[in-house]
Design a binder for this molecule. Structure first.
Ligand SMILES: *Cc1c(COP(=O)(O)O)cnc(C)c1O
Length: 371
């Protein structure tokens, strides 16, 4: 494998001090609750092991991932941490969870039964293994359904084999504080808790933390805000920006007669212009929907992306930038505080989460800070 820096010259810098500052702000905002770190999908695309190390050094003791493989990937980086697996244990994987001390999120009564069975095979006489019990209050995705909740409320012995560390649920519209579903989900969560054995509780993701103390319970589960995504869209972003992407200009094409730029000939230059070509494309997670919509910075100059995003290249209109700056090898800024992932997501018709989790494998990654 060639060093990706040699292959493209493109540098993705991840500011671990910013991740830690974001963790501290979220912990303070949810003072009274414990603050976990959600690090699924490779730490939202930023590299899970460096992120976990930095968060663990900052005092984070609980990590959430989606899959068993993601949990195993961070076990060594956080040997004493609690690692919870949101998608639960696949049937047959319970022994591996127990062996590595992982905390499954139990999303159904079948999962409860399988984890109970694992406890009785692993332990002497029915050891109760720890788990998180997930109640669906409005996502209709994972977690005990209303029918399953009725069944356990009628027969609480169904839970006797589980050491419930937290009862959890997940909010559907936490980034819209005025949406009535927030209060409805909270009411359903309260009602469910009243029917289940007493246990600590967890409801809020990043945005949920900003809905107020009523939503904090004992454990909050931020992901996106750790990585700089604004948990309160519409308000100023209190989080520090984490990811910075810079790429070199490969070539500058000077054009003096009408020509088109890129696939589909969607962009036409009519007068004297300069087009800079950059070695980043949709194969790197620079989404094709940014065609003729995105922009970049060359020094202080904001330069528009023109034409289609190709697999490995994009083209920027640098006509207004002096030649002394717009030359091969000069670095342009594609992601930064000036063009944050939320804004890129909006321009691409998606959300900052997808921009981060799409970040490509061909970038040289540099980690700064983090202790
Ligand atoms: C992904 C996820 C989170 C974190 O959500 P953010 O919006 O990224 O803060 C929390 N809880 C559950 C169940 C999740 O799936």
């Amino acid at each position: 494998m060639p060093d990706p820096a040699h292959a493209t010259g493109t540098i993705l810098t991840i500011d671990l001090d910013a991740v830690v500052a974001n963790y501290r702000l979220l912990s303070t905002t949810a003072a009274g609750a414990e603050c976990a770190g959600v690090v699924k999908a490779d730490g939202y695309g930023l590299g899970v092991v460096p992120v976990v190390r930095a968060l663990a050094a900052a005092g984070c003791k609980i990590f959430f991932v989606a899959h068993l493989g993601e949990a195993l990937a961070i076990r060594a980086a956080a040997p004493r941490a609690t690692i919870a697996v949101l998608n639960g244990a696949a049937p047959g994987a319970e022994a591996e969870f127990a062996e590595h001390g992982l905390l499954p999120v139990l999303n159904s009564l079948e999962a409860v039964a399988a984890w109970t069975a694992q406890g009785s095979t692993a332990g002497k006489d029915g050891t109760r293994l720890p788990a998180i019990l997930h109640i669906d209050t409005g996502m209709s995705r994972l977690g005990l359904s209303d029918t399953e909740l009725d069944r356990v409320a009628d027969d609480p012995t169904l839970l006797d084999g589980i050491d419930i560390k937290w009862l959890m649920s997940h909010l559907a519209v936490a980034e819209e504080p005025d949406h009535p579903l927030n209060a409805e989900q909270r009411a359903r969560f309260e009602a469910a808790r009243a029917r289940l054995p007493a246990a600590p509780a967890s409801l809020a993701n990043s945005s949920g933390i900003f809905l107020g103390a009523d939503y904090h319970y004992d454990l909050v589960r931020p992901g996106a805000a750790l990585y700089g995504i604004n948990p309160r869209p519409g308000a100023a972003n209190a989080m520090k920006h984490v990811a910075r992407l810079e790429a070199p200009i490969l070539q500058v094409r000077s054009i003096d007669s009408p020509r088109t730029v890129g696939y589909g000939a969607t962009h036409r230059v009519t007068g004297v212009s300069k087009i800079a070509t950059i070695p980043v494309g949709y194969a790197d997670g620079y989404l094709r929907s940014l065609s003729s919509r995105g922009h970049a910075f060359l020094g202080e100059h904001k330069v528009p992306l023109v034409g289609r995003v190709s697999m490995d290249l994009i083209t920027l209109d640098v006509t207004d930038v002096p030649d002394a700056m717009a030359h091969p090898g000069a670095m342009v800024e594609l992601i930064s505080e000036r063009y944050p992932v939320d804004a890129i997501g909006a321009d691409a018709g998606t959300i900052g989460y997808e921009i981060l989790t799409s970040l490509g494998a061909r970038y040289a990654r540099r980690y700064v800070g983090g202790g």
